[in-house]
Design a protein around this ligand. Structure first.
Ligand code: PLP
Length: 381
């Protein structure tokens, strides 16, 4: 029996809520279900204003518009991340400046950020990799010192915290993803968390095609008009209905995932002591959401061989990211600040293990056994 890498979890309430949205008959965005999702997000994160988007990519694009970036402005990002983290800013004409990551959490190395700051730097975009918090105190104090914005790419970090605060609610702006590969899902989906009160009205306008439709709906203006640049960044009510069912179970989903994560972690101590692999590191002040369980293979082990052997044992694993600084568009649109040694090394060694709601401990034991055997076979080959 194949062990899948990912399997989207359905709570059971999605169809019920979709049927209700269908019954209400208002299928465009910003109806009752969207409002309930906004309320949930605002209550559970403490952000000033939450707005659903059709993806985290869209939320990052709104963030880039809100910052009024001009061509030639610079935005500090890790190279070890998904393309949207950089692409959203390149769309505004800004230049991503890539900074290396920490070898323990694989998050942007906060000690390297200051050296990347120039007179053109407008924002720092920490990515909370695997739902584990970046060093936000240090990042915020640098941002304050140089008067630059912080946009948290919290795509993977729904239900994670830093010193008790929800990730995404700490910087000027935060972004979430509800893509089917994340913890809480709606197929495609996302949200922007606007933490700075002065950005809220403009965020609503940019998200609604550059119009003040949101104020019109609230009765503040009697006609809605074109106010600003913007696009259609909002999901319809069917997606919001699906998402609400998921958000209501977010705590349960997170706890089940944490059980799986902790099971892998406890059962791979021996493998780490034997030098076969390195396990993830969770800093004391990070409350994580078990978005991902990855291992870093011993540098002498060929990952492709290990993955092939795992596949023969019917265990599906994946790796990511091809570092952005090394990719064709990254070379064209960005620049590196300093060495990318950790990024380059980690991206060659990382291996992600199956983790989803419904994965049994028996299956996890099979994954662990297959992994250790495969590594040993690869080492003796
Ligand atoms: C998944 C992800 C995104 C993109 O999310 P979408 O909702 O698919 O647009 C952006 N950044 C990071 C770090 C991600 O993991």
């Amino acid at each position: 029996m194949q062990i899948l890498f990912n399997k989207p979890f359905m709570t059971g309430r999605e169809i019920d809520y979709i049927a209700k949205a269908h019954g209400i008959g208002k299928l465009a965005g910003d109806g009752e279900f969207t409002a309930r999702c906004h309320r949930w997000l605002e209550q559970h994160t403490g952000c000033n204003r939450a707005l659903l988007t059709h993806s985290c990519t869209a939320a990052l694009e709104i963030a880039a518009i809100l910052l009024d970036l001009q061509p030639g402005d610079e935005v500090i990002v890790p190279s070890y991340t998904f393309v949207s983290t950089a692409n959203a800013f390149v769309l505004r004409g800004a230049k991503p400046v890539f900074v290396d990551i920490r070898p323990d959490t694989l998050n942007i190395d906060e000690t390297l950020i200051e050296a990347a700051i120039t007179s053109r730097t407008r924002a720092i975009v920490p990515v909370h990799y695997a739902g584990v918090a970046c060093e936000m105190d240090q990042i915020l104090s640098l941002a304050k010192k140089y008067n630059i914005a912080v946009v948290e790419d919290a795509a993977q970090a729904v239900m994670s915290t830093y010193k008790g605060k929800a990730l995404g609610s700490i910087g000027d702006i935060g972004t979430y993803s509800f893509h089917e590969t994340k913890n809480v899902i709606s197929g495609e989906g996302g949200a922007i968390l606007v933490n700075r009160p002065d950005l809220v009205v403009r965020a609503e306008i940019v998200r609604e095609k550059g119009t003040d439709r949101a104020r019109f709906f609230r009765g503040f203006v009697d006609k809605y008009t074109w106010q600003d640049i913007g696009s259609s960044f909002l999901p319809g009510e069917i997606i919001a209905a699906f998402l609400l069912a998921q958000l209501e179970e977010a705590e349960k989903i997170t706890n089940i995932r944490l059980d799986c994560w902790n099971f892998y972690h406890a059962h791979l101590v021996w493998a780490q002591e034997q030098g076969l692999l390195t396990r993830p590191v969770i800093p004391e002040h990070a409350g994580h959401n078990a978005h991902m369980y990855y291992v870093l293979l011993n540098a002498k082990v060929d990952r492709q061989t290990v993955m092939g052997k795992l596949k023969q044992k019917q265990v599906n694993t994946v790796f990511h990211y091809i570092p952005l600084h090394d990719s064709p568009a990254g070379e064209r649109y960005g620049r590196v600040s300093g060495s990318m040694a950790v990024t380059d090394e980690i991206s060659g060694r990382i291996l992600r293990l199956p983790l989803w709601v419904g994965l049994t401990q028996a299956q996890q034991l099979r994954v662990i056994d297959a992994l250790l055997t495969s590594i040993q076979e690869a080492m003796s080959a």
